[in-house]
Design a protein around this ligand. Structure first.
Ligand code: ATP
Ligand code: MG
Length: 270
């Protein structure tokens, strides 16, 4: 046997190292423990579904990973750099983008404006140059406009670019939020129930888009109640129940886990 291990032909490549690693996350609100000792790893090219009953702590976990909430205990690393305790804007600069269960769209802004906002950090013009509307500002703006339109195209909303974002149905508002998140060109994407309020065709298109995004190398965390979508899209599934990790594994392993069936799938099927 040689010292170098032989890899049999056809053996799948080992999964890439995690880009986001959270360990022992805990978050309390007063005496209430919303998230208790949760560890999660997100790898490039993989979709991890985070599921669990209402109130299980899924959105709180997203908020803890994204810097929207500070953990009471535990650590979050992006590319081996500790980020817990940083503000959400700083975590975003380290390559994390997230969508909101209730999209935060600004009154008076068009769909295109909302997505272009996310492109601001790519601008090279200084504040003074922006105030003076120099050629560089105009170039930045053209590049930002083109990129934002391309992301709207991906979520199927390019034809709504000039509408007021808040005038869209809530399902479409979630898709604007997905386009906004993608426009920041993240390495890690956290999606909080992006398919809620979408019809069958829209859900189907979004599922295909999420697969495509992962295939491009992003690490995706998907909070989703639609188990058909979860089963068809997830490489890994993490189940939360009352703030604690109940199970983790492949979709098949998790679906066959008696504790999961009792706590979650059973209630969905009922
Ligand atoms: N800011 C807060 N203050 C007090 N309690 C909170 C706060 N945020 C969340 N909680 C509580 O923490 C628990 C977990 O909430 P969370 O929103 O994370 O659940 P979830 O799994 O996302 O639920 P859903 O499926 O309904 O979106 C709930 O009991 C909720 O009421
Ligand atoms: Mg939630």
């Amino acid at each position: 046997m040689s010292a170098v291990e032989q890899v049999a032909p056809g053996t799948p490549a080992p999964p890439a190292a995690p880009v986001l690693r959270a360990e022992g996350l805990r978050r309390t609100f007063g005496t209430f423990v919303a998230v208790d000792d949760v560890s999660i790893e997100l790898r490039p090219g993989r979709v991890t579904a985070l599921i669990g009953p209402n109130g299980a702590g899924k959105s709180t976990v997203i908020n803890l990973l994204a810097g929207t909430l500070i953990p009471t205990a535990g650590q979050v690393r992006i590319a081996d750099v500790r980020v817990e305790g940083l503000r959400a804007e700083e975590v975003a600069l380290r390559g994390l983008a997230r969508t909101f269960q209730t999209p935060k769209l600004y009154e008076g802004m068009t769909v295109l404006d909302m997505v272009m906002l996310a492109r601001d950090r790519f601008g090279r013009a200084s504040f003074l140059e922006i105030a003076l509307r120099t050629p560089r500002t105009r170039r930045d703006r053209r590049a930002s406009h083109a990129a934002a339109m391309a992301h709207l195209e991906r979520v199927g909303l390019a034809h709504q670019a000039d509408r007021l974002a808040t005038s869209l149905p809530v399902g479409s508002q979630r898709l604007v939020d997905v386009a906004r998140a993608l426009a920041s060109e993240p390495d890690v994407l956290l999606l909080d129930e992006p398919a809620a309020g979408l019809d069958h065709t829209e859900t189907h298109d979004l599922t295909a888009l999420i697969r495509e995004i992962a295939a491009e190398g992003l690490a995706v965390l998907l909070v989703e109640h639609d188990m058909r979508m979860v089963m068809s899209i997830a490489d890994d599934v993490v189940v939360l129940d009352r703030g604690r990790l109940l199970a983790a594994g492949t979709p098949k392993e998790v679906a066959a886990d008696p504790a999961v069936i009792e706590a979650y799938l059973g209630t969905v099927a009922a």
